[in-house]
Design a protein around this ligand. Structure first.
Ligand code: NDP
Ligand code: 8X3
Length: 252
């Protein structure tokens, strides 16, 4: 994998950061994206001991900044072999009749439209070179709708549909496309969803949730398969989780 270049969105925490670290261990050159510049700079400093790292600081909702950041990559990083569309979050957990429009906008704009903007900027290089690998981070919420999950589940169902569409349309170019869909992963996800620590701290209590590193290992497995193998779709849960609503907790 040495000398391959991977662009990872949402690399400042959770699954994106763990994937950056996993890729760095295997010598993959990294373009790391996110909104929190200080974190990007710290991660760049740390991972530069393992591989070459370039950072781009933009909000995936900002079309112009997204295109500008990706179009102005230095020569060494401008041939992207692997795109990990990971940036995203849930915002709120409310019945549809009580949901916040700002939360809905955030989820559709980041999880769906942001993924499209980044892909639109990266795909031309891949089609030109007739090679590349795109992994979209979906969710079990993209396969199953749970109570109050409405718009987040909708955004992740869209990610899965877009993944399948990409795989079909990019098939003539030999580009691999797949989705990795985790269940509950203990990251900053719930802090964002519930706007702070109070509720978030209880989400992963009483069972061992997936850790970001567990997902990163599966992502690395997918990108390190031989040229004829494409991992098209993975659903992964922690052992305690059976589906979106059934989780075996210690006090059950
Ligand atoms: P985190 O909150 O830890 O990480 C989210 C990442 O996305 C951060 O790096 C954040 O960076 C970035 N991000 C969020 N909004 C934007 C934006 N507008 N522009 C650019 N970057 C953004 O959560 P996870 O690691 O858990 O989430 C990563 C992905 O995994 C998401 O797509 C999520 O839906 C999915 N997922 C998570 C699960 C879970 O239970 N945790 C389960 C299944 C899927 P910054 O704030 O610096 O911009
Ligand atoms: C994150 C998993 O169950 O919180 O995508 O929606 S869940």
């Amino acid at each position: 994998m040495t000398n391959k270049v991977a662009l990872i969105t949402g690399a400042t925490s959770g699954i994106g950061y763990a994937t950056a670290f996993e890729f760095a261990k295997h010598g993959i050159h990294l373009i790391l994206c996110g909104r929190r510049l200080e974190r990007l700079e710290t991660i760049q400093k740390d991972l530069s001991q393992l591989t070459d790292v370039h950072i781009i600081n933009f909000d995936v909702r900002d079309k112009e900044a997204t295109f500008k950041g990706i179009e102005s990559l230095p020569e060494k990083f401008n041939k992207i072999d692997i795109l990990i569309n990971n940036a995203g979050n849930a915002h709120g957990l409310d019945p549809i009749n009580e949901g916040s429009i700002d939360d809905w906008d955030a989820m559709m704009d980041i999880n769906v439209k942001g993924l499209l903007y980044v892909s639109k900027a990266v795909i031309p290089g891949m089609t030109k070179r007739k090679s590349g690998h795109i992994i979209n981070i979906g969710s079990s919420a993209g396969k199953e709708v749970y109570p109050k999950g409405n718009v987040y589940c909708g955004s992740k169902h869209a990610v899965l549909a877009i993944t399948e569409g990409m795989r079909i349309d990019l098939n003539p170019y030999g580009i691999k496309v797949g989705a990795i869909n985790p269940g509950l992963v203990e990251t900053e996800f719930s802090k964002v969803r519930f706007k702070g620590d109070k509720i978030a701290d209880s989400v992963y209590r009483g069972f061992k949730a997936l850790q970001a590193e567990d997902v990163a290992e599966v992502i690395y497995f997918a990108v390190s398969r031989p040229p004829h193998v494409n991992i098209a779709d993975v659903l992964m849960f922690c052992t305690a989780q059976a589906n979106s609503t059934i989780v075996k907790k210690e006090n059950n």
